[in-house]
Each structure stands twice: as structure tokens, then as C-alpha cells.
Design a protein around this ligand. Sequence first.
Ligand SMILES: [Fe+2]
Length: 287
Amino acid sequence: MISKEKSIRAARWRLYLPNTIAWLATIFSVWERLLPVIIERAPPYKIGMQLRWDEKASFAQIAAIAAQIDATGFCRIDGFISRDELMPLVSIAESAVDRAKGEYIAFSGPDAFTGTVWARMISSPPLRFLCESLYGHAHPENMPKAGFYQIFRCLKGQSSRKHSFYFHFDSYVVTIILPIVIPQSGSAGNLIMFPAIRPIRRTYLRNVIDKLFSDLFPMQLFYRMRAGAPRSGAISIRMEPGSAVLFWGYRSLHTNEPCDPDKLRATALLHFGNPHRGASASRLRRR
Ligand SMILES: [Fe+2]
């Protein structure tokens, strides 16, 4: 009798569990599609900050950029790279995606970009000065000696969804995003961010615990649900090619919205200042 009840219960589970999972998956998928519409938009940028990547920032400009990041979570700088500097990067992104059969591709480092502004940036004294000054504002101790860590990401095709909505903290204090190609229709692949929600951790271990915790699948689902809720503190930032978006990547939980599969979204990411640079394992988890 008991075994018959057990088998009935097992049969019910076998019937209901797949349906429940399918319903939950549908609800999350609908929510993900709604998220770009309902999430709070970042207010229009009004300060009118203008600075080129190869121009040395004044102390007043650096203070204004840091204050803007502290106040709103990010700072947008217009005219950071010119149209002439941008176009070769657009061509590289388009041909790389073509070679990848219209799917996601990413590059770390400057090797594939010889002769472009992206390759010149890593040895730019003005850019280094800007990043060191911002790092000093965010974390006055422990000035980093290492240089930049660069990633160039091209999202397109069905695989682009897999590389979107992944909320994470960077390993580096200062993050600069250079939008290279942004879709002009449909979803623009906005940057979504919970600004500065964690301090700079004293130990590398504490930093790893944060990262492992935020990587958990239930937490990723929670962040996606939370980002669309009213007064969640999350902001969505639309980006324009030629400008730069600066924020505290280490302290801010962030991700990008997916774009339509037939649209290309290319961004160049410049990271500076790993506060746990002495920890050997940090090389294993660079994002
Ligand atoms: Fe990041």
C-alpha cells in the first residue's frame, strides 16, 4: 500500500515538475524582455564633460568626474575619441563578427588592434594619469603599479543573449567603457548597474566570496528581478559611440542588456587598478 502511494507521488512529481519549470522559465523570459522597458533610465547627462583620451585632465576635471560618479554611479565624457579614430575599430568589430559567423566574439589585450586608438591607449600617459587619479579618489591606499586590462566585446547573433544579463563585479576599481557600435533601433544594449553597492574589500578572499555569491544562479535571477523593481537603485545607461562611460567597476554590480540578434553591439572595456594585485589567484578571475 505504502509503495503504491509512493509510486503515485513519484508519478505526480514527474508530471508537475517539468510543467512548473517550464512556467518559471516562461515567466523569467517575459520578465527579461520587459526589463529594458521598465528599468529606471539614468537621467540625461547635463554636465557636458568633454575630454579626449590623449588630453591630460586638469585636477578640476578629475574632481568633477569623480564627483559625478559618486553622485549618479557613472560619468559620461563626450568627444573621448574622434570619428576618424572610431571607424577602424568599427571595421575590426564587423569583420571579426563576420569571421565568427555572425556570433559573439571578444578580444583581450591590444594585439588585434595594431595601429588603432585602442592599441595606443595602453601606453597613454594622460589616460594613465586620469585612471590613477580616479583610483586614488576611490581607494587612496595601495596605488597599483600594473597597467590597463583591455577587453573588446562584440555581441551579435543568438549567442549574444548568453553574454548578456550576467551581473558581476569587476576585479578593477576603475572601468571605462567605450561604445564602438550601438544598435540604433530595438534594444540598444544599455549598461545596467546597481552603482557602488559594495566597498573595496580589505582582503582578496572577501572579494572572491562576493564574486562567487553573485555568480550563483539564484542570485543572478534575483538581480534580474530586482533591477526592474521600483526604487531598486538600478540604472540603465544608454551609450553613444565616441563617448566614454566611467564608473567604479569593482564596487558596482553591472551587466549589459541583450540586443536583437541581427544587430551588432561592440564595446571596448578598459579596466584599471586591481586592489588585490598581490593575490596570485586574482589572475584566474579577471572580470
Ligand atoms: Fe564588468
